[in-house]
Design a protein around this ligand. Structure first.
Ligand SMILES: NC(=O)c1ccc[n+]([C@@H]2O[C@H](COP(=O)([O-])OP(=O)(O)OC[C@H]3O[C@@H](n4cnc5c(N)ncnc54)[C@H](O)[C@@H]3O)[C@@H](O)[C@H]2O)c1
Length: 151
């Protein structure tokens, strides 16, 4: 991959931190943006002193300016509230932390020269599993997180 800087949103989270490890091991320059709401600084601690790595604690519920995306050719978007039950109890959580955050980021990408935007969706887009394991036998019942990710 011929890339400038890679931006990983939610890079201090469960999946994001493993992705960041792989990108850094592959010799890429990586910026992680995370508000540390569920992510942990410990997940990226070893990378903090490394050349080519940058971390910015930032809430992506706020509009994204050019400063964040200016030198990035690729964005991996993993910042989200992945808690399916949270949306049932309080739908506003998913709107603010998933829909609004993704919109803000896409709007920033639209205004810059970012080449690729990679969105990590969720298996909840397929509905509730009728049998476990059994991805092929999913029903149409969607959680709020699933509906939001389909959008
Ligand atoms: N964990 C799984 O099994 C799984 C499977 C498939 C897809 N996914 C999807 O992958 C994505 C990441 O999942 P995860 O399990 O790593 O979750 P996670 O909670 O560990 O990571 C999400 C990260 O986003 C950050 N974040 C949340 N809101 C933010 C905001 N407003 N601004 C900046 N940072 C913010 C959190 O602090 C956290 O570090 C989610 O979209 C999830 O639905 C997860």
């Amino acid at each position: 991959m011929d890339m400038k800087r890679v931006l990983v949103t939610g890079g201090a989270g469960f999946i994001g931190s493993h992705l960041v490890d792989a990108l850094m091991d592959g010799g890429h320059s990586v910026t992680v943006v995370d508000n540390l709401s569920t992510g942990k600084i410990e997940n990226i601690q070893r990378l903090l002193p490394q050349r080519g790595f940058a971390f910015e604690k930032r809430d992506l519920a706020e509009p994204v300016g050019r400063d964040l995306l200016e030198n990035c050719s690729v964005v991996f978007h993993l910042a989200a509230n992945a808690d399916v039950r949270a949306g049932t109890a309080n739908p506003r959580v998913h709107f603010d932390q998933n829909i609004q955050v993704t919109y803000n980021l896409l709007e920033g990408v639209r205004q810059t020269d970012t080449e690729d935007f990679i969105f990590t969706s969720t298996s909840t887009v397929y509905g509730d599993a009728q049998t476990i394991p059994g991805l092929r036998a999913l029903s149409a019942g969607l959680s709020l997180r699933g509906l939001e990710a389909r959008m």
